[in-house]
Design a protein around this ligand. Sequence first.
Ligand SMILES: Cc1cc2nc3c(=O)[nH]c(=O)nc-3n(C[C@H](O)[C@H](O)[C@H](O)COP(=O)(O)OP(=O)(O)OC[C@H]3O[C@@H](n4cnc5c(N)ncnc54)[C@H](O)[C@@H]3O)c2cc1C
Length: 381
Amino acid sequence: MRSYDAIVVGLGAMGSATLYHLALGGRRVLGLEQFKRGHELGSSHGDSRVIREQYFEHPLYVPIVQRAYELWRELEARTESRLMTLNGGLMIGPPDGMVVGGTLRSATEFELPHEVLTAAQVSERFPAFRLAEDLIAVWDPRAGFLEPESCNAAHIDGAWRASAEIRFEEPVIQWAPDGDGVRVQTSSGVYFADRLLFSAGAWSADLLRDLTLPLTVERQVAFWLEPDESTVSYDKSCFPIYAYEYIPGSVCYGFPRLARGVKASVMHGGELSPTPGEVRRNVEAGEIEPLRAALSAILPSLARARVLDSGVCLFTNTPDHDFIVDFHPQYRQVLVSSPCSGHGFKFASALGEIQAELLTTGSTRFDISPFRIDRFPDGLR
Ligand SMILES: Cc1cc2nc3c(=O)[nH]c(=O)nc-3n(C[C@H](O)[C@H](O)[C@H](O)COP(=O)(O)OP(=O)(O)OC[C@H]3O[C@@H](n4cnc5c(N)ncnc54)[C@H](O)[C@@H]3O)c2cc1C
């Protein structure tokens, strides 16, 4: 009988980070992943993820992202890898919009260094940007990007070096409480543990049918573009990450030029699927058009650029777009983690630490009360 202190189901961003922190804490842990290492079927692939401190969604995220910054740097040092580049960020929109207003709220509440820039000031400092006159930007000097494949690899390698047992291509098929612990059945065996973490991303609702979690799986397409750089540069030294509210409540975002091209995407608005298995994985030629239309008011040369590549990725959304990190309502030995809604990656290092704490001590110093399951009173999809 194979028995562990904790089993982690799903080794994407959240599972790999939690496994790492559990293993560093000396726990006997098993990580189970249904697919190959480095697969591209979930939510944690695609070269780049935005990290920003002045969180326009809500100030409650600021202390968590501040811890995440520290832990990404620690992970870089421990694994001698480059994971995070802080080239700054522009949060762009109308002055009374959600992005500008929310960014200023977090910046003010936490006294974070920031600058409010007019359209002309943005172009002066970052020549690729040509903002329509009615737009402004808030400059977040600590924003930048993470390299998700390297982040996940660093957590997995770190966990393995700290003696975690890791099994790829071994899906969890069933689980059940077993006294105070759990019993987990996979495609090749049965395991027991005192604690269980579900960090199964878009597959969470499937594994936790008893909870009927109100999660939806949304198809997202990212594009890698090749803008004309003869007069303006998209190099990270002079081209920050950005988020732009192009119509009220709708955001597109992007990155400087990295190895695969200049990546940009529209957030949300993708096709919804009942399960990840039904997501359309191909990308049609016309799917770039909403992104081109959105970019034309801030980055005209990028809006016209040739498409080099595209890729599909999955958002797992809650109705309010806040995360789920909470114990199973019936079984306190089981922790449920679904920090996505399109903005979870940056927090993975901190949520890994928080989730490891929750699994070992039952509590955390961070306020994660907004991530409770019982905020969905019916618990129904
Ligand atoms: C296009 C796109 C852009 C994004 N941009 C940003 C951004 O800029 N900044 C940001 O902070 N966030 C961003 N996000 C969100 C962020 O990437 C996600 O919040 C994060 O990756 C979620 O990680 P996860 O571990 O929950 O899910 P995943 O990484 O998908 O991991 C879940 C894992 O569980 C495994 N699994 C599922 N079922 C089983 C089973 N039965 N047995 C074993 N294993 C199983 C899956 O195979 C998968 O590997 C973006 C997401 C997408 C899709």
